[in-house]
Each structure stands twice: as structure tokens, then as C-alpha cells.
Write a protein that binds this ligand. Structure first.
Ligand code: ADP
Length: 248
């Protein structure tokens, strides 16, 4: 029985928009604690796949399981978030007028339905988690800074921190290092490696050196299905992958 060995399982998933097969027989299996990178040309179906996992788009057919028992197709988008699937879009969406601390606190509040400091203050466990998240996202020394004054990279880390405050089991991230400096990209690789094992991650990315730094397994999507899967070296040497990147 391999069902215990997976956090996410997709089988023969299909969705069409006006007859166009955006996802066309997609199979995917992600192990707990794994960091999976997803690559593929524009229009391959990467965004649609994440929309299906998070409940934003309903597939026409197929199976989508979270862990071995939770049939995600039975849940709506907010319920899926509450089950522990966090998603980060490409553009950071932190509250610029609030401090780093307040943004993290707000993330906790929207998760739990209360604003802790306005009621009783953070409890011990919440304080510990906030301190741990600040350490992870490299913003320990910026707690009281206005978020709008952070660099682009720091805003991206803060948004990852906001997701972490909600203790997700699976994180879906869309091009997390787009627009970052080389130094920010290197620190983001560090950040992701520190999350691996504790969380499962699915990262859609184009930056191959970043992918090389963080991931042992890469899935190549094309025409709404998996074209190749393996280490970055393996998929980059695959004739079919070379063809879709260069030959079209
Ligand atoms: P990627 O993220 O890999 O670039 P997408 O998932 O955004 O690919 O898109 C896959 C294909 O499905 C594209 O050809 C896109 O135009 C099409 N598509 C995605 N969403 C819709 C939609 N809501 N309506 C019509 N076509 C869509």
C-alpha cells in the first residue's frame, strides 16, 4: 500500500475550456516532505493544475486526493485552504501599511478567526511559532518595519511567512524567485531547503539554477499532462523536453 507515502495524488485529471483540453490526463504523486519543482512551457497547464488542487477550478473528471483519505473534489476553495493547502501567487500581497509583525499576526488571525493581540495577546505557542517563522524567513531584525519599505525579496519571504503561520501541510508556490536579485534568490533557496521535510512543497519555476539548488525531483508539464519526471539533469537530457523548449 503506497497511499501512506503521498501527500498529494492526481490521477487522470482532465479539464476543458470551451473544448480546449487545458489539463489532459494529468497524473501526479507527491510524497510527504517532498519539494517538487514543476516546469513546462507557457500554456502547459501549470496554473490550471494549481487551480484544480486549490479548488478554484473544478476538473471535468479524474481523482484528486490530499493524503490518502481526503477527496479534494468534495471541498470548496476556502475549505481546501483550511485543510492545510497554502498557495502563493507570483506577486506579493502583503499589507504594505502594516509592520512585518502585524502581517504575520493577521495571517494567524484570519486562520483562527480572531485577532490575537486585540483580544488576549499571542499565547505561548503562537509566540514560539512567530519567532520560528521570523527566523525562517530571514526577517528577525525587521519585525517592526513597515512592510511597504521591505525589498521585493523580503516581501516575498514575508508572504511565505504568512502562509507558514497557518501551518500548511502542502504549499503551492508560483515563481517564487521571479524579480529577485541573485543574493535574494540564493537566500530563498536556503529558505526552501529549511522547509523541506517539515512541509511538502510544489514550486512552479523557470529559474533553472534555483531549481538545481532546491530540488531533487522535477516534473515537466506539457499540453496538460506530464511529459517527463526525474532529476533536473535527467529531464534536461530528455529529447522530448528539449523539443518542447527549443523546437516549437
Ligand atoms: P501555464 O500556467 O502552464 O502557462 P495555464 O494553466 O495558464 O498554463 O493554461 C493552460 C491552457 O489553458 C492555456 O492554453 C490557457 O490559454 C488555457 N486556459 C487556462 N485557463 C483558461 C480559462 N479560464 N478559459 C479558457 N482557457 C483557459
Amino acid at each position: 500500500d503506497t497511499s501512506h507515502g503521498r501527500i498529494l495524488y492526481l490521477e487522470d485529471v482532465r479539464v476543458s475550456f470551451d473544448g480546449f483540453k487545458a489539463i489532459n490526463g494529468l497524473n501526479l504523486d507527491i510524497a510527504p516532505g517532498e519539494l517538487r519543482c514543476i516546469i513546462g512551457p507557457n500554456g502547459a497547464g501549470k496554473t490550471t493544475m494549481m487551480d484544480i488542487i486549490t479548488g478554484k477550478t473544478r476538473p471535468d473528471s479524474g481523482t484528486v486526493f490530499f493524503g490518502s483519505t481526503i477527496d479534494l473534489l468534495r471541498y470548496k476553495e476556502p475549505e481546501i485552504a483550511a485543510l492545510g493547502i497554502g498557495r502563493k501567487f507570483q506577486k506579493p500581497t502583503v499589507f504594505e501599511e502594516l509592520t512585518v509583525f502585524e502581517n504575520l499576526e493577521l495571517a494567524l488571525a484570519t486562520h483562527k478567526g480572531v485577532w490575537p493581540s486585540m483580544t488576549f495577546g499571542l499565547n505561548g505557542e503562537q509566540k514560539d511559532r512567530l519567532a520560528e517563522v521570523l527566523q525562517t524567513i530571514h526577517l528577525k531584525d525587521s519585525v517592526r518595519r513597515r512592510s511597504g519599505d521591505l525589498s521585493h525579496g523580503q516581501k516575498q519571504w514575508l508572504e511565505i511567512g504568512m502562509l507558514l503561520m497557518q501551518e500548511p501541510k502542502l504549499l503551492l508556490l508560483d515563481e517564487p524567485v521571479a524579480g529577485m536579485t541573485d543574493e535574494e534568490t540564493a537566500r530563498t533557496a536556503e529558505l526552501f531547503l529549511s522547509l523541506k521535510g517539515k512541509h511538502s512543497l510544489m514550486v512552479v519555476e523557470h529559474d533553472m539554477s534555483f531549481i538545481r539548488a532546491i530540488s531533487e525531483k522535477v516534473t515537466v508539464l506539457c499540453d496538460g499532462a506530464v511529459l517527463a519526471e526525474g532529476t533536473l539533469d535527467q529531464v534536461q537530457a530528455d529529447e522530448r523536453v528539449i523539443e518542447v523548449y527549443l523546437g516549437r
